[in-house]
Design a protein. Sequence first.
Length: 167
Amino acid sequence: MPNLGPVELLIVAALLAVVLAIVVGAVKAARNGGRAVSGGRAPVAPLTPPTPQRLYETVTGLTRQGRKIQAIKELRQYTGLGLKESKAIVDAVAAGHDMWSHPLMGGFRPARPMVPPGAGAAAVTGPDLATRVRELKAAGRAEQAVYLVRGETGMGEHEAELFVDAL
């Protein structure tokens, strides 16, 4: 057998290190049931975002059940809003407001009106904005009327108040 020089010894050591790494990886994979290991954690399947209708049903349902914290978590996960904003929306839903009428939800509002769970087609076709604002104002709920105008039109608070006062 010929004598091995320092270069040949380094090549042999590198090959042994690679073989050892492969064996260790195979043993770890076998212990984890064949799943690949990344950073010591099993991979997590990506979550598919819910549809706006599903989000609406989830948030309103959880709020009605008194599970406001879970509703806030769901809303934050879907919208990426902060804790303070999500809590304000869930509190508004708990107070009887429509989730989509909140100004922060303007970017997430569905193209078609949401049908509340259990409602028929009559819920989709309803009175126009001015009629609903007049009804709220007549019932002494001017603040909710301003909230509704802001949510459906994207107006600022001052403009919405002027609109409500003009009716």
